[in-house]
Design a protein around this ligand. Structure first.
Ligand code: UP5
Ligand code: MG
Length: 192
């Protein structure tokens, strides 16, 4: 299979924990391709002729998880199109069925980078970003729903990989630079 010898790191953490921010640093320093499942879904939602546009729109606003056939297809296409070998898969898998299916049909993950962050901190970050982001889910109602989905549905994925000793946890209440020092330490050990 075309993606058999690729390195996949899952980047997980609650809404607003800083996944996208830290992935940008890793792209610069370690030559990974950054694929945010949320960004891919938002792009698909905007694509003229997409049969999933309305579905994605309502799921995102409600903080619910889009059926995995849609998300996995978007991720797999983006991986193949990139022609690259190292990927940060950001904000995915957020549900056990997604994790198992992705590893079965695409490629097993190398490990999960987990950003641990208290809800109050994430809330402040998201409300601030919401002043300018234009994201349909950066409002207090959607944020509360996203937190709930994260706790109930996504944390079990992290627990699953923890039990397999495949999680590196970074606390991310520090500044973006401070958080990145810790992330960089993990990647330096593994990729140099
Ligand atoms: N910021 C970042 N780090 C900071 C720091 N250390 N100190 C202070 N501020 C910091 O950061 C968020 C904000 O905080 C920014 O303004 C940043 O400058 C600041 P960001 O890096 O964007 O955090 P991130 O964790 O990426 O937050 P995001 O909002 O993207 O997380 P979500 O997981 O909620 O969003 P995502 O786009 O992944 O998913 C959105 C929705 O898509 C989901 O709710 C779901 O409905 C759907 N979805 C699926 O259905 N399936 C999927 O597989 C994926 C998504
Ligand atoms: Mg993000």
């Amino acid at each position: 299979q075309a993606l058999a010898d690729t390195t996949v790191v899952f980047v997980l953490g609650g809404p607003g924990a800083g996944k996208g921010t830290q992935c940008a640093n890793l792209v610069r320093d370690f030559g990974f391709v950054h694929l945010s499942a949320g960004d891919l879904l938002r792009a698909e939602q905007e694509r003229p002729g997409s049969q999933y546009g309305e579905l994605i729109k309502s799921y995102i606003k409600e903080g619910k998880i889009v059926p995995h056939v849609v998300t996995i297809a978007l991720l797999e296409n983006a991986m193949l199109e990139s022609g690259q070998k190292r990927f940060l898969i950001d904000g995915f898998p957020r549900k056990m069925d997604q994790a198992l299916e992705f590893e079965r049909v695409v490629v097993p993950s190398r490990f999960t980078l987990f950003f641990e962050c208290p809800e109050e901190v994430m809330l402040q970050r998201l409300l601030k970003r919401g002043e300018t982001s234009g994201r349909s889910d950066d409002n207090i109602e959607s944020i509360r729903k996203r937190f709930r989905t994260f706790t109930e549905t996504s944390m079990p994925v992290i627990d699953h990989y923890s039990a397999l000793n495949k999680v590196h946890t970074v606390r991310c209440t520090d500044s973006p630079e401070g958080v990145y020092q810790k992330v960089k330490g993990i990647f330096n050990d593994l990729f140099h």
